[in-house]
Design a protein around this ligand. Sequence first.
Ligand SMILES: *Cc1c(COP(=O)(O)O)cnc(C)c1O
Length: 455
Amino acid sequence: MRDFSPNSWEGRADAHSFYGFTDLPTVHDRGTVVLTHGTGPYVHDVHGRSYLDANSGLWNMVAGFDHPGLIAAAQEQYARFPGYHAFFGRMSDQTVMLSEKLIEVSPFGNGKVFYTNSGSEANDTMVKMLWFLWASEGMPQRRKILTRVNGYHGVTAVSASMTGKPYNAVFGLPLPGFIHLNCPHYWRNGKDGETEEQFTARMAAELEATIIKEGPETIAGFFAEPVQGAGGVIPPSRGYFQAVVPILRKYGIPVISDEVICGFGRTGNTWGCETYDFMPDAIISSKNLTAGFFPMGAVILGPDLSARLQEASERIEEFPHGFTASGHPVGCAIALKAIDVVMNEGLSENVKRLTPRFEGGLARLAEKKNIGEWRGKGLMGALEAVQDKASKTPFAASLSVSERIANACTDQGLICRPLGQSIVLAPPFIMTEAQMDEMFEKLEKALDKVFAEVA
Ligand SMILES: *Cc1c(COP(=O)(O)O)cnc(C)c1O
């Protein structure tokens, strides 16, 4: 426990700010990193120290921390029309334009968009839409939601129920009717002698058995991230979506692609569902929708769900749901600019260009005897630490290996994220080759230091 003076930034942060998803002993020991500003992919703290942020903030600041075009878009919209809602048949011109743009860049050809302030609220909204829709079609019993273990869908009571992480048990969650299928992580969950194809077939068979056991007439929808992000950057096993989507179709279960991380270029295509070649019924977007410059989420409905929801709403006169700041004009103006920046200023090309270097760096570090696996897609990746490589035995949780690696990185001016036994990297799309090399060099030093201590 370090003694930070009550007047220090660390002391002041600890006195009156409550942290979420933060290891409190670490903060007490090391102090909060209090940041003042950012330049490109770097952030700077109150002591003048700089950090290369290899996580794009929280996956979202893909254009860096000082993009002039995004700042100008915000400033101009604040000067023009700084706020409005989207209730009672009114909405801002920016909201109209963003919906057009989102449908244009979606895989759907046609559809409708509904706005929220976050990814969690977008998932909650989608669940309410499904409940509303099925009830209005005479099937009020279709309420169960299928997701996967290690899926991350947010923290509100419903989206936390969808999230497949054990920490939600302290809240008495999940709520009834939220069912978690197994995580399609072949390296960790494949059985001895099982091929990846057999593993995928087993995941698909489990899905179908679950649907039959629960009763297809009780299931409202299936939600999946194309690559599980906050669960540890877990790409699906080969052929996973090709195996599960037809089963869901067979039972009339809507397929929702939670693209809050994968969306807008992270996996090398605009959407993760393009990377994995499946067509969802709706897409959930947030995080880099605004390149992190405004809190905003969106439910993007394909043509079938749009038409059915329209009909359901007309039957009872309205869809009784919405947030005060849904479709906020500043958020919409920023999102319009962010989509333009990512798609037309070379950022999505840079993701494709840098991916081989990124994968090469991960693969090289995975040769270390305490790295069991590297995995990833596009510019999201993870290295999983193990005590024993051959048997995939993890380090004892009490050693907090991934936290120590992340702390050793911070000491060298690199921010990356510990997740379970893994270290997660999600660099901003503006990263240069030299910055990527800096990232891997610093990470390697941190890995070597911590493995020397614990192995
Ligand atoms: C972050 C995330 C969410 C939740 O978004 P918030 O804005 O934090 O509520 C939902 N789904 C996925 C896939 C996410 O990564």
